[in-house]
Design a protein around this ligand. Structure first.
Ligand SMILES: Cc1cc2nc3c(=O)[nH]c(=O)nc-3n(C[C@H](O)[C@H](O)[C@H](O)COP(=O)(O)OP(=O)(O)OC[C@H]3O[C@@H](n4cnc5c(N)ncnc54)[C@H](O)[C@@H]3O)c2cc1C
Length: 417
């Protein structure tokens, strides 16, 4: 039974199913598979809440953090995956509990502008953009999405805008993306809050520690997002009830049960799903001398739904964050290059940047990583909500795509102990 306090603590996350085994909360020994943000947060939250529970955390790679990594070169600093978080009290609570308040600040509101590149030119997005979408079609799209299993493209009548939105979040076009998974509050997936929308929003807003974020804003860390994973790792290393095993590949659930002499009900699988398709992208850090690109307005970034262009997004990293990302007198941009669109040549990326961003030559052009994002096809959330599993499941393949979902899910799981 969910109380108003539960909704104030977790907000719309409570619409998402928690895929935990019914006996998980009674275990005295558990194993978490996957040392990305999800596995780290679950271990931290459970281990802090109940020091008598022994936790083994296993990770395939030789480092923890999963897709999260911050790239540095002198004074240039760029996140390879997450660069900022949207507001959610669970993230703010985690930052406070880890003692990171001095490192965490709201992103710059002067850098709010977003553009969309279509028909060979940039268009600034505004509230009017939504109105241009044919309000009646939008209303009908939202209503019919409440039957479940709709795509984001089914809801938003303007394909260009819908694609730009989903590309920015999951690197996929809108007809391939599950609307319930991306915005369960809008499609009314799952249980309803026991208090009115406006009151709930007000109470949630009052519940933030540190500072109350403005709606639609983001916040980030001075040293990049790896500040968060490094603090989690450091706390886990100090906790006597947690053991971390790197370079340990879980071949299957049975393999983990055997190795740790545990039942499947004591395993939390936070290592993604082998059956989900993935889309792959390369990430570039590109830097310019400020005075050579005065024509590039300050802003958040540009989304590019046109699949003939190898770049899907340009993020104005040094404009967005309150703390420095580039040497003085320089600006830094992060470029997303989906492999489905790209011939693999750096020259094609540079040509597209000349067309879309600026004709100036960059003084930094560096590929900083490759990442894969799970494909959340329409019906995904319905599918997992009805799935029976022998073990508990967590992480962004089931929680929601952003770190707000992953971090809040960890708190919800720890509340069971
Ligand atoms: C390019 C990009 C940009 C993003 N931008 C944002 C953003 O701006 N804001 C935001 O909120 N979110 C963003 N995200 C999403 C965010 O990064 C994820 O929500 C979050 O990091 C997922 O954490 P996770 O632990 O669930 O998954 P992962 O980080 O994928 O961790 C899973 C871990 O499991 C391990 N593993 C896999 N298989 C096994 C196995 N068999 N045995 C043992 N270990 C295994 C992996 O090595 C990995 O360490 C972005 C993601 C990407 C890729």
């Amino acid at each position: 039974m969910q109380t108003p306090e539960d909704w104030i603590r977790h907000g719309q996350e409570l619409r998402r199913p928690l895929l935990v085994h019914e006996s998980l909360g009674q275990k005295s020994r558990i194993c978490i598979v996957g040392g990305g943000l999800s596995g780290l947060c679950i271990a931290y939250r459970i281990g802090q809440k109940n020091p008598n529970i022994h936790i083994d955390l296993i990770e395939h790679a030789d480092r923890l953090g999963g897709v999260i990594e911050t790239w540095k070169d002198g004074e240039w600093l760029c996140d390879v995956a997450v660069n900022a978080t949207r507001p959610h009290p669970a993230v703010w609570r985690l930052v406070q509990d880890l003692g990171l308040q001095q490192e965490f600040s709201p992103s710059r509101k002067e850098a709010n502008s977003r553009w969309i590149w279509t028909d060979g030119t940039s268009h600034k997005l505004s509230r009017w953009t939504l109105l241009k979408m044919n309000p009646l079609k939008l209303y009908n799209g939202i209503r019919s999405s409440r039957k479940g299993g709709a795509s984001v493209g089914d809801i938003l009548p303007n394909k260009t805008i819908a694609d730009a939105m989903t590309l920015g979040i999951v690197n996929d076009t809108s007809h391939n993306v599950d609307a319930d998974f991306l915005m369960p509050g809008l499609t009314k997936f799952g249980p309803k809050p026991p208090i009115g929308k406006r009151k709930l929003r007000k109470e949630i807003s009052k519940s933030y520690p540190l500072f109350s974020p403005k709606p639609g804003s983001t916040a980030s860390f001075r040293g990049g997002i790896s500040t968060l994973t490094e603090a989690l790792i450091s706390s886990l290393n100090q906790m006597e009830n947690t053991a971390i095993h790197l370079n340990f590949k879980a071949e299957s659930l049975e393999h983990v049960c055997q190795e740790f002499d545990l039942k499947p009900s004591a395993i939390v699988w936070s290592a993604g799903s082998k059956t989900m398709a993935q889309s792959k992208l390369s990430v570039f850090a590109v830097g310019y001398v400020q005075e050579k690109i005065n024509d590039v307005p300050i802003g958040y970034g540009t989304l590019i739904p046109d699949e003939s262009v190898p770049i899907s997004g340009i993020l104005h990293e040094s404009d967005v964050h309150a703390t420095s990302r580039a040497p003085k007198g320089h600006r830094l941009f992060r470029i997303m290059v989906p492999h489905e669109r790209w011939d693999g040549e750096e020259a094609s990326v540079k040509r597209a940047l000349r067309r879309i961003l600026t004709k100036a030559d960059p003084i930094l052009f560096s590929k900083i990583g490759e990442r894969s994002i799970p494909r959340y096809l329409p019906g995904h959330l319905q599918g997992i909500a009805n799935k029976q599993s022998e073990c508990s499941q967590a992480g962004w393949s089931v929680s929601g795509v952003s770190i707000t979902h992953v971090v809040d899910q960890a708190e919800r799981i720890a509340e069971l102990f």
